[in-house]
Ligand binder design. Structure first.
Ligand code: FES
Length: 56
């Protein structure tokens, strides 16, 4: 499922990034570009970070 349409980033990519050490929306933005354009995905991206952490 796409979380960030502007950058074409999926929930799976976010999960992988979190498992590899991305710990915040800022990290995700730096690594993947998530939330670097319209910003609409920020809330969903935070949710994904939270659930990925929970399963790590
Ligand atoms: Fe992620 Fe627009 S959907 S920046």
């Amino acid at each position: 499922m796409y979380v960030c349409l502007c950058k074409g980033i999926t929930d799976g990519q976010i999960r992988d990034a979190v498992h590899q050490g991305c710990d915040s929306l800022r990290d995700l933005r730096r690594e993947l570009g998530v939330a670097s354009q319209c910003g609409k995905c920020a809330r969903q991206a935070r949710e994904e970070i939270r659930s990925a952490r929970a399963e790590a």
